[in-house]
Design a protein around this ligand. Structure first.
Ligand SMILES: C[S@@+](CC[C@H](N)C(=O)[O-])C[C@H]1O[C@@H](n2cnc3c(N)ncnc32)[C@H](O)[C@@H]1O
Length: 275
């Protein structure tokens, strides 16, 4: 049960486990809302609690139970219909219908990495990248906190340049590399394991025309000086994973880089900054 006010952060934290996050919205306003995540393997309780604590919420009651012997991941994936985010059509391997004509297909299965495209923070990045592609060229990009690699793949498909995709979770790096392969863009994407800008490949490939960070507000603020050092003059930063009320703090951390545009989706905001 998640406190209603903390629901967005609880859902965001649970997405890190992979699988499908399902929230039951009660018909009437409720103080506590049931949130379930369906996983192939039993999760480590300490990891679940740590993810919730890292998201800055009071840790709600956590119940872990085995479900009857079925392929629950396959079942839950069936419940994940394709989504459209701007020109992007994000779908899982269980979808057999061809992608709509003129869409940009992104084949991303719910897996052990954040980034099925369903979260508002990811969708905010996808629509802002598509809008940027109408006016800008990007040759070298950095996807910091790549998760499933969805944004790196979107960038490679929009611009065709090179993308460095970094995550501090080794499983996410493996998933991102595999997703790049199944989407036919592995030659454009270099997926690396590392802690933020301390990852040696980040400095080696700098400066970047585009840096995307969909992490959490605190981490984004802490990385701000590094982002500014690694972004080329005139370069663009797309920052997401922020609740609307955190936008000012994130902007202040990146001054004097200017806000160019912002995209709001429910409680979440994606900022587009220009150096
Ligand atoms: C919210 S997910 C975003 C995933 C994907 N980019 C998307 O937009 O859906 C944030 C990702 O950042 C990674 N991350 C968090 N802190 C990091 C750090 N210091 N260095 C690298 N990756 C980090 C997490 O492991 C996670 O995969």
């Amino acid at each position: 049960m998640a406190p209603a006010g903390a629901l967005p952060l609880v859902e965001l934290a649970l997405e890190h486990l992979g699988g499908a996050v399902v929230t039951e919205h009660p018909p009437a306003v409720a103080e506590a809302i049931p949130v379930a995540v369906f996983l192939a393997d039993k999760p480590d309780r300490a990891r679940v609690v740590a993810l919730l604590a890292d998201a800055g919420v009071a840790v709600p009651e956590v119940t872990i139970e085995a479900l009857p012997d079925m392929d629950w991941v396959a079942e839950s994936q069936k419940a994940l219909p394709p989504i459209q985010a701007g020109p992007f059509y994000v779908y899982g391997a269980h979808v057999t219908a061809p992608p709509p004509v003129a869409s940009i297909p992104l084949l991303i299965d719910a897996n052990a990495a954040f980034g099925t495209g369903r979260h508002e923070s990811t969708r905010g990045c996808l629509v802002s990248l598509a809008a940027l592609a109408e006016k800008r060229r990007v040759r070298r990009a950095l996807d910091m906190g790549c998760g499933s690699g969805i944004l790196a793949i979107a960038i490679a498909k929009l611009w065709g340049g090179s993308v460095l995709a970094v995550d501090n979770d080794e499983r996410a790096v493996r998933v991102a590399a595999e997703n790049a392969r199944v989407n036919g863009v592995s030659s454009a994407i270099d997926a690396r394991h590392g802690d933020g800008y301390r990852c040696p490949a980040v400095g080696a490939d700098a400066p970047y025309d585009l840096i995307v960070e969909n992490i959490l507000a605190d981490a984004i603020c802490a990385m701000a000086p590094d982002l500014m050092r690694h972004l080329a003059p005139g370069g663009i930063a797309v920052l997401s994973g922020l609740l609307t009320e955190q936008a000012d703090e994130v902007l202040a951390a990146h001054a004097p880089i200017r806000l160019k545009r912002q995209w709001r989706l429910d409680d979440w905001v994606t900022l587009v900054l220009e150096k």
